[in-house]
Write a protein that binds this ligand. Structure first.
Ligand code: ADP
Ligand code: MG
Length: 260
């Protein structure tokens, strides 16, 4: 089937509804002569939650950052909803608005209120009027359990609340998929649960997600698939329960024996 344009979306970036959400084909990335991604291939279907685990330095962040073009791969292909995004003719900014990303650090603007943080990109990037942006923002603040904090400044929120604001900010752009890079790693342990609960709700609602995490419970219960990366390669992937309880590869076994 050829490209079709859904009503309401940008006419110059057609969506193939039958395409995978994310298709990564033989992806390579080097920094100088250090090759950190050594041929990653991976398909994420719409609505799927794929968790990625692996030791520090194995290339997890570089992989996620490549998917929304914060890094420029040195080889291979990435298709987002059927669009080859490494094609120089593709409008990178438009592709990026389809993909929400949440980092370990929340990166909220300290001089703006929660509501201001949520409205900024909606107005600047999507061209929404302030009233519409506020209404979308409030909807998403309610979703992350922070409806009563819209006037707060980030410094007056806990780390867990700030991360939930960051998630709400991403959702306010109405992305088709969300990438999470260790979203709970900077949080005090007692604040992790609220953030994971929000992510679980998103997953239940059918959001397509790639999640780099050390939270094995989340990966087991929420993930549809678990990927173990080491040294720039996918070493093992499969059903999370299967991989976590019955890892086949010695490198997966060694990693899990340290973290479980
Ligand atoms: P992970 O997220 O699994 O810890 P990263 O993707 O952050 O791994 O990093 C993989 C490797 O790439 C590491 O050796 C890291 O030092 C290197 N690396 C990451 N970003 C850069 C960069 N901008 N310049 C040079 N090397 C980098
Ligand atoms: Mg990382």
């Amino acid at each position: 089937t050829g490209p079709v344009t859904p009503s309401g979306s940008e006419p110059d970036l057609p969506v193939r509804f039958d395409a995978p959400a994310i298709e990564i084909i033989d992806l390579h990335k080097s920094f100088g002569d250090h090759e950190v991604l050594k041929g990653i291939s991976l398909t994420v279907r719409p609505g799927e939650v794929v968790c990625v685990i692996g030791p520090s330095g194995s290339g997890k962040s570089t992989l996620l950052r490549s998917v929304n073009l914060l890094e420029t791969p040195t080889g291979g292909q990435i298709l987002i909803e059927g669009i080859a995004i490494l094609d120089p003719e593709v409008d990178v900014d438009r592709v990026r608005t389809r993909i929400g990303m949440v980092f370990q650090q929340f990166n909220l603007f300290p001089h703006m209120t929660v509501l201001g943080n949520l409205c900024l990109a909606q107005q600047r990037v999507l061209g929404r009027k302030r009233a519409e942006a506020e209404s979308v923002a409030r909807e998403n603040l309610a979703k992350v359990g922070l409806a009563d904090r819209e006037d707060a400044y980030p410094a007056h929120l806990s780390g867990g609340q700030q991360q939930r604001v960051a998630i709400a900010r991403s959702l306010s752009m109405n992305p088709d998929m969300m990438l999470f890079d260790e979203p709970t790693s900077a949080l005090d342990p007692e604040l992790v649960g609220d953030v994971l609960a929000v992510m679980r709700t998103l997953a239940d609602e059918g959001m397509t997600m790639m999640v780099v995490t050390h939270e094995m419970g989340f990966a087991r219960e929420v993930g549809n698939r678990l990927i173990f990366m080491d040294d720039g390669m996918i070493v093992e992937e499969g059903d999370p329960r299967e991989v976590l309880t019955n890892p086949r590869e010695p490198r997966t076994q060694a990693f899990l024996s340290k973290v479980l």
